[in-house]
Design a protein around this ligand. Structure first.
Ligand SMILES: [Zn+2]
Length: 413
């Protein structure tokens, strides 16, 4: 006689942010992710009920950002891969720093981050974790180095994708479908397709040649975790003088410690060694004399990238090349839509050229449909998207049973 699986999203079901999924399988209570939305002010998921084990798919804050609060409350194991565990304290400590800087309530103390790190248990792709009669198997999610999907082997099998990318990037191999009864899938790019990656890359490198050729500098804002390294790998083909600044420098070094989670550790190391790394403040002056600068943050919400833009904002020969989706309400979005940027508290018109290149680490609409079909589930739960209907419609047309739970709504699988 089987039992029902009880489920509830504590956040992140209907939006991209603050993800947390509570699952009860008989007596066993599991939590997948416990993130925050790094908006101003940050947004948090609902409080978590008592749980027995926690699974983290990857290090991004919308998946991990509230874990220190959780392990303060419950002394439980949190499973993640080694690259995730290595980079996690960097992002969590930065969350405290940003909250302090912006004057928002600080969600946890440094000691709570240390406490979380004591509870982290390393896992690896393909190696199952036994929890009583249930087995959980991590698989490559293709999103960033160390990103995992979790397959729960139960009477009914469940696959929780976290964030997935199915195409190969320079940094990591794409994820492969896993046969499952219930598929719990992200839907960030529901209704949206990506342009062909090799074409975007070509345009990106050509744009840099054009900017440098006319005597300008190319400033490339990039997220620290994943995007900075992908951009470095693309730029490795270029012969310009390139500088890298921001948190992405440290993340690159962490990733290089776990080359088994990279498509090619050798290539990333070579790319890093080819570029100039900003090591001290005085290097920033040198970087401004160079040709290309890669720096955090990706949505221009802070970080050294603003320092560089502040120096070049009146130079129409220079260009800002955005490399990731700019969320509504962020400084990067303001720049894209209106050519205005908030620099050190003042909103200013920017004279530099602005262009956008889609180097997304998420599967696009068609790739998600294809992935779902090849997992051949009887039921699909869509999460982590603000336009899930677009995906649901097409999946229903293909005879899948699709549900789109709301945050905090209890549902059964
Ligand atoms: Zn992510």
């Amino acid at each position: 006689m089987g039992y029902e699986i009880e489920a509830q999203f504590l956040g992140g079901a209907e939006e991209i942010g603050s993800l947390g999924l509570y699952l009860r399988l008989g007596e066993l209570r599991l939590l997948f992710e416990y993130g925050l939305t790094p908006s101003k002010p940050p947004a948090y998921p609902a409080p978590a009920p008592p749980v027995d084990s926690v699974f983290l798919t990857h290090v991004h804050l919308d998946h991990s950002g509230m874990l220190p609060r959780l392990t303060t409350e419950y002394d439980v194991n949190v499973y993640a891969t080694l690259p995730t565990i290595a980079v996690l304290p960097l992002l969590l400590n930065d969350t405290i720093k940003v909250a302090d800087l912006e004057g928002f309530p600080i969600p946890y103390q440094k000691e709570e981050i240390e406490n979380l790190m004591d509870n982290m248990i390393p896992i690896d792709y393909g190696k199952s974790i036994e929890l009583g009669s249930i087995e959980v198997v991590p698989h490559n999610a293709g999103h960033i180095p160390g990103s995992a999907m979790y397959e729960i082997k139960n009477e009914k099998s469940i696959l929780f994708t976290g964030d997935i990318q199915t195409v190969n990037t320079h940094l990591v191999w794409g994820s492969k479908p896993v046969k499952t009864d219930i598929l719990i899938m992200e839907s960030t790019y529901a209704g949206r397709e990506h342009p062909k990656r090799d074409e975007v890359e070509k345009e990106f490198l050509e744009k840099i040649d054009e900017v440098v050729g006319r005597g300008g500098k190319a400033i490339i804002p990039a997220f620290a975790v994943g995007r900075t390294q992908e951009v470095m790998l693309i730029l490795a083909k270029s012969d310009h003088e390139i500088w890298v600044d921001g948190m992405g420098r440290f993340v690159t070094n962490f990733f290089l410690q776990y080359p088994q989670y990279l498509k090619s550790g050798k290539k990333l190391k070579k790319a890093r060694n080819k570029m100039n790394i900003v090591k001290r403040r005085s290097d920033r002056r040198k970087a401004l004399k160079g040709e290309v600068i890669v720096a955090t943050s990706g949505m221009l919400e802070g970080g050294p990238v603003l320092h560089y833009i502040n120096h070049l904002k009146n130079d129409p020969k220079s260009a800002i090349l955005l490399t990731g989706y700019q969320v509504e309400g962020t400084n990067g979005r303001l720049l894209m839509d209106r050519g205005i940027l908030e620099l050190y508290g003042i909103k200013e018109k920017i004279d530099t050229e602005v262009s956008f290149f889609d180097f997304s680490a998420h599967a696009g609409h068609s790739e998600l449909i294809d992935f779902a079909e090849r997992c051949s589930p009887e039921k699909i739960v869509l999460m982590h998207g603000d336009n899930r209907e677009a995906l649901a419609k097409e999946l229903k047309e293909r005879d899948f049973d699709v549900i789109m739970p709301k945050n905090e709504e209890r549902f059964f699988l």
